[in-house]
Design a protein around this ligand. Sequence first.
Ligand code: FAD
Ligand code: NAP
Length: 311
Amino acid sequence: MENLIVIGSGPAGQTAAIYAGQANLKPLMFEGLMAGGIAAGGQLTTTTDIHNFPGFPDGVSGLELMFKMREQTLKSGVKILTETVEKVELDVNPFRVVSSSGTYETKTLIIANGAIAQRLGAKGEDQYWQKGVSACAVCDGGLPIFRNQHLVVIGGGDTAIEEALYLTKFARKVTMLVRRNVFRASKTMQAKAFHNAQIEIMWHTELAGILGDGKKITHLKIRNNQTNKLETIDVAGLFYALGHKPNTEMFKGQLEMDETGYLVTKPNSTMTNIPGVFAAGDVQDHVYRQAIVAAGSGCMAALEAERYLQI
Ligand code: FAD
Ligand code: NAP
């Protein structure tokens, strides 16, 4: 039987595993095999350079950062299985974790499955992903290619407005494309968008294609879904704010979740509603969604699991 199983291999899972390994808990980590369509290492493996993770004054590539975290995890005495967890049984003690190689029993479990930023699958999206197209304004908005440029945000939720407001610090103008004629966002956030002279809102507008010069995006094709009129606009950046989907399907009916599927943890802790089961990172965080926050909560989960095991 294991002391601790960690599911997930993003910054939350790696940090939890490093702390637990160094505390001699001999944890077992399932790093996933293209789980949720993302490589082991998590969301940062889908981006280029990261400039806001402390310790890297010149930035670091997402892949390199995650590779180094994995190396540190292994050096901390953690056993890593490159498998995706298919099922968990949390109504038994010890808990059961099922993957392609069998069923594993564990006294404690840290869930760090992360989340997936929704994409549109628009024409040109794959070609220009991270060449002007991003799913995270806070991560990428400050890059030189976006300074004093016309940028576009798609979405009508709180995140979309938050990102549009953030981008106004760098951009010449920010246009929001909203598919209906209303925002989904809270009234407070809506007011902020309406009162910002740098923000233009285009209602009933959808993306029809992403165009560029091969190296970066230069234009967007957009369509009014009431009139079907197509238009081409000059832009230097496109930011998706279409919501995120946490990887929590397998915990439905077993763990407490909010209405959008994020795991619910007790305030100031990573404890779920089941003692001995902890959740860290984006799987339980729809507010910050940053690597350093995920890593911090991974640390909390490991310390809490260690304390639980000593009870
Ligand atoms: P994730 O990174 O989502 O990792 C979860 C891992 O668990 C994945 O590898 C997944 O495959 C695996 N997994 C899922 N289900 C299973 C299963 N059943 N079994 C086994 N494994 C499983 N943040 C910053 O701080 N700075 C940035 O510059 C930045 N840039 C970003 C750019 C992009 C394009 C994106 C999408 C995000 C960016 N972020 C950035 C956000 C950051 O990536 C996330 O906040 C962080 O990765 C969350 O870490 P996590 O460990 O919670 O989960
Ligand atoms: P969200 O509320 O789910 O909003 C997603 C937005 O994307 C919606 O406007 C939706 O349009 C749009 N969208 C989805 N698919 C689309 C598509 N294919 N084409 C065009 N548009 C599409 O997600 P979120 O904004 O990330 O917010 C998630 C949660 O976090 C919410 O509870 C939110 O309140 C909270 N949050 C709060 C704050 C804050 O208070 N400061 C900040 C960020 C997030 P429709 O409206 O037409 O469906």
